[in-house]
Design a protein around this ligand. Structure first.
Ligand code: 3AM
Length: 181
C-alpha cells in the first residue's frame, strides 16, 4: 500500500499486552462517567507529537531514530491526574532519567528534520479518558502501581476513521544503550 504524502505522526511508548491489560482494568475501575474513553488498542504514552509529516521528513527522522542510544528502563505508573482544560484523565509516574534522555533525543532528531516542535517540557502521562465530565472527577487517591518494562519505542500514525481515531504503529526501535553509527 502506498503511504500518503503527508501523514499525522507521533513517537510513543507502546504498551505490551500485559501493561495494556492493566491500563484497561484501571479504566474500568474509574467511576462511570461521560468522558471519552481511549480505546484499549490506542493506549500509549506520547514521547513527541510531530503532526503533519512529509515523506522527506519521515525519512530524515527514521534515519536519526536509528542512532538513538538509550537503555531499556522500567516505568512505574502510580499516579492518576486530571487536567481541567482538555478534561483529560491520565496515569503517570516518576520520570526515570532514561525516559527524559529519550524524549530529549527525539526532540533533537525532530528539530534536525525541520519539524516545529512544541517547546513545553516532556510530561510523563498516558491519557485514559478525554472530555471527562463533570469538570472535576473524583479519582481514587491511590492505584495499584503498573510496572512497565519499556523495551522499545514506536513511530505511530494517527488516522481519523469513521469509527473514530485509530493509531497505527508504523515502525518500532528496540532500546539499546549503544548504537553502531
Ligand atoms: O494521547 P496523548 O494526549 O498522549 O493529545 C494527542 C495524543 O497524545 C497529541 O498527540 C497524541 C496523538 O494524537 N496531540 C494531538 N495534537 C497535538 C498538538 N497539536 C498533540 N500534542 C501536541 N500538539
Amino acid at each position: 500500500m502506498t503511504e500518503p504524502t503527508v501523514q499525522r505522526l507521533f513517537i510513543a511508548l507502546w504498551p505490551d499486552p500485559m501493561v495494556r491489560h492493566h491500563l484497561v482494568e484501571l479504566q474500568n475501575d474509574l467511576p462511570p462517567n461521560n468522558g471519552q474513553r481511549v480505546k484499549g488498542d490506542n493506549l500509549h504514552m506520547t514521547l513527541l507529537f510531530l503532526g503533519a509529516t512529509t515523506a522527506a521528513q519521515r525519512e530524515c527522522l527514521e534515519q536519526r531514530l536509528d542512532h538513538i542510544a538509550a537503555a531499556p528502563f522500567t516505568l512505574v505508573l502510580t499516579e492518576l491526574g486530571y487536567w481541567r482544560k482538555p478534561q483529560v484523565v491520565w496515569v503517570g509516574g516518576e520520570n526515570p532519567p532514561t525516559l527524559l534522555s529519550l524524549a530529549r533525543q527525539m526532540r533533537d532528531a525532530a528539530t534536525q528534520c525541520k519539524f516545529t516542535i512544541d517547546r513545553r517540557p516532556f510530561q510523563n502521562y498516558l491519557t485514559l479518558y478525554r472530555k471527562m465530565k463533570p469538570k472535576q472527577p473524583i479519582l481514587p487517591a491511590m492505584i495499584a502501581p503498573i510496572v512497565w518494562n519499556v523495551r522499545d519505542y514506536a513511530l505511530v500514525e494517527s488516522l481519523t476513521e469513521v469509527m473514530g481515531v485509530h493509531y497505527r504503529v508504523l515502525r518500532t526501535w528496540p532500546l539499546q544503550e549503544t548504537r553502531v553509527t
